[in-house]
Design a protein around this ligand. Sequence first.
Ligand code: B1M
Length: 212
Amino acid sequence: MSEHLDKIREAIVGGLHNEIEELVSSAVDAAIAPQQIVNEAMIPGMDVVGQKFSTNEIFVPEMLVAAVTMNKGLDLLKPLLQKAGSVSKGTIVMCTVKGDLHDIGKNLVIMMLEGAGFEVIDMGVDMNVETLIAKVKEIKPDILGLSALLTTTLPEMAKVLESLEANGIRNQVKVMIGGAPVDDAYSEKIGADAYGGDAAEAVQIARELITG
Ligand code: B1M
């Protein structure tokens, strides 16, 4: 099993986007659980990419190819991660905040939420506050999910919460936040309802937020 996972991790790190689908398929054929492929090979691969970027061993183009490779692998796993029930467990509007283009984590969270039976409206990346507030007013979701990967875009989460207050709709929607630089303390500081550390935790929290 570890040979499959090692190869997938190395393919993400090396940006082997032409090989990833075959590697993921053969891991699935070898009965390795999709969640294990994501958590023990793909995400650790992205962590290595991040470390190499920090130490100037690789630059943005290589990081981008790694992201393409990751997305191809996730696309293949998506139907296996999703076994949605027919009755919606609740509605969630989700985005990556203004100024931030990182969407792999958000997409993974969405896949898991959909798999758990939630209806998710994906607003994409670099989402401006006005458009988001208009969507919340239109859809009236149970939960608004915000993702951010950059320390520079974290304050955008606070802006969304301020804008919900200013529009008089803060008490109508629960707000869940997540992303690598986010933590419980930040969630509390800006007045979000919850912080999710990873996709599985996000599902658990969404359930709790909806059942109260
Ligand atoms: Co970017 N980048 N990047 N990047 N990038 C980071 C985040 C960085 C940590 C790399 C580093 O320096 N080590 C660093 C941020 C440093 C900081 O702010 N302190 C960084 C930087 C600096 C940048 C640029 C500024 C680089 C530049 O241009 N000079 C630039 C910014 C662009 C922008 O957004 N405006 C940039 C660009 C890019 C690419 C476009 C090349 C690419 C993104 C492609 C894409 O997403 N489509 C990219 C990538 C791939 C990364 C790393 C390597 C990987 C991110 C990732 O996908 N991780 C990243 C380093 C790292 O994180 N190791 C890095 C895998 C993903 C599954 O994890 O997103 O954390 P994650 O999501 C997790 C949890 O956080 C959680 O669940 C997910 C699943 O477990 N979660 C939630 C996420 N959202 C949630 C929401 C929830 C709940 C849980 O509820 C709503």
